[in-house]
Ligand binder design. Structure first.
Ligand code: PLP
Length: 417
């Protein structure tokens, strides 16, 4: 595997995205700005493809990690499927040239309008997460004269050993149907005229660094597949979700081979098609957030580097206390100090990094790494801040893939009294 550094190398002291100095991108499009490496995206996808070679398998990129059309189009061209959680995400996938037949629809609260939209588009599978959703989907499909392909998202109750906010497969979780309930639901689904049982799905959590929990989940799911087969209920695919972690700081995520190896071994010789729904591991380290130091403020106890990006651009530090590497784009001769790297938003929780040793001057560019996943998609307009621009780099060239929002656009839908 290529190290992430090779996509964001330092050349002559200047931090670059592939062959493009980040300073050139800031000059062209301003800051804050998300910068993605196309080669990094393709290489991450290729890592999955290599491990799954020779298997009947489909990678369904989890759109919520980063839903920019240019990223979706990149994955669509590589043959990727997509995991969506809303009608909006489905519209994006289709606009980007994705194949609806390779789409799986996850989520605990699909509306009837979203069900109709997905049925009309001909999506590959609904991952059903409750008994009432099953009944509703059957009715909606019947009204449209269609058959809805379904899987139940089961909750294998394994502890993924990750942050509680991103742990989704425990009994106490709002996601999926209880493992013990699944058999009865499949029996019920088998009697319904407007759904077709297609698969079984699970997704146990995110930023997983240990291959054991997902292998354990696969084993449980496999047990259920056998039980169903004994009752004459055939399962065509097993969807094992996403979740593979990435390195933000000093984590050592398993390689794709060691993460999926134990699971693939358990499933060897099985006829089911395998689906995976990776998000973070496809895009996280393919992107960074480029920002400029507005003000250096030396307090009595702490030094603050106030940058022009904030928690509205990258929520993960404020939301999960997440750690992102912060690097100066060039050495401009500033004094090296321990800095609180913060944004301009009126919240004490608005920080991007605590106690970072950085040599900085006002006006310097800094890069916040590993911001490709759950960065732009979780961004907001808090404090009436227009959302950042997004740029895709490909070798020596770069291109704007989302214009910076304008302030006018932020209140264009409002009505003054
Ligand atoms: C969020 C999510 C994913 C992607 O998770 P990552 O940790 O980003 O790989 C996949 N499937 C479902 C159902 C999800 O909710």
């Amino acid at each position: 595997m290529i190290s992430p550094d090779s996509f964001f190398p330092r050349k002559d002291g200047r931090l670059c995205a592939e062959g493009v100095p980040l300073s050139a991108i800031a000059e062209a499009f301003g800051t804050p700005c998300f910068v993605y490496s196309r080669t990094a995206l393709e290489s991450a996808f290729e890592s999955y493809r290599q491990v799954l070679a020779g298997r009947d398998a489909l990678v369904c990129y989890a759109v919520k990690a980063n839903s920019n059309l240019a990223l979706l189009a990149t994955f669509a061209r590589l043959g990727s499927g997509f995991d969506i959680v809303s009608g909006g995400e489905l519209a994006r996938v289709i606009a980007a040239g994705g194949d609806p037949a390779k789409v799986v629809f996850s989520g605990v609260g699909k509306s009837e309008a979203e069900m109709r939209q997905a049925l009309a588009a001909g999506i590959g599978c609904f991952n059903v997460e409750s008994p009432s959703e099953l009944e509703r989907l059957n009715r909606v499909a019947g009204d449209l004269g269609r058959i809805a392909p379904i899987a139940f998202r089961v909750n294998p109750n394994v502890d993924p050993k990750t942050h509680p906010y991103i742990s989704t497969g425990l009994k106490s979780s709002k996601f999926g149907v209880a493992f013990d309930e699944a058999l009865a639901l499949y029996r019920r689904a088998a009697t319904l005229p407007h759904v077709r049982i297609q698969g079984i799905a699970c997704h146990i959590g995110s930023q997983l660094l240990d291959p054991a929990p997902i292998a354990e989940a696969a084993e449980k799911v496999l047990g259920l597949v056998d039980t169903l087969a004994a009752e004459g209920i055939g399962i065509a695919h097993m969807d094992l979700g996403g979740g593979l972690g990435i390195r933000y700081r000093d984590e050592v995520p398993p390689s794709h081979a060691s993460y999926l190896g134990p699971l693939l071994e358990k499933l060897a010789g099985r006829p089911q098609r395998l689906l995976f729904e990776p998000g973070r591991s496809l895009v996280g380290n393919a992107g960074l957030l480029l920002t400029r130091v507005e003000t250096l403020k030396h307090g009595e106890e702490k030094n603050f580097a106030v940058v022009d990006a904030a928690m509205n651009d990258l929520a993960r530090p404020a939301l999960y206390d997440a750690w992102h590497e912060i690097l100066p784009v060039a050495d401009t001769g500033g004094e090296r100090l321990g800095y609180e790297v913060v944004g301009p938003i009126c919240e004490s929780g608005d920080f991007l990094g605590h106690g970072r040793d950085l040599a900085l001057r006002e006006g310097d560019l800094v890069a916040i790494l590993s911001a490709g996943a759950y960065g732009m998609t979780m961004s907001s307009n808090y404090n009436t801040r227009p959302r950042a621009a997004e740029v895709m780099v490909d070798g020596e060239s770069f291109r704007l893939i989302r214009r910076r929002e304008t302030v006018d656009a932020l209140f264009a839908l409002e009505q003054g009294l």
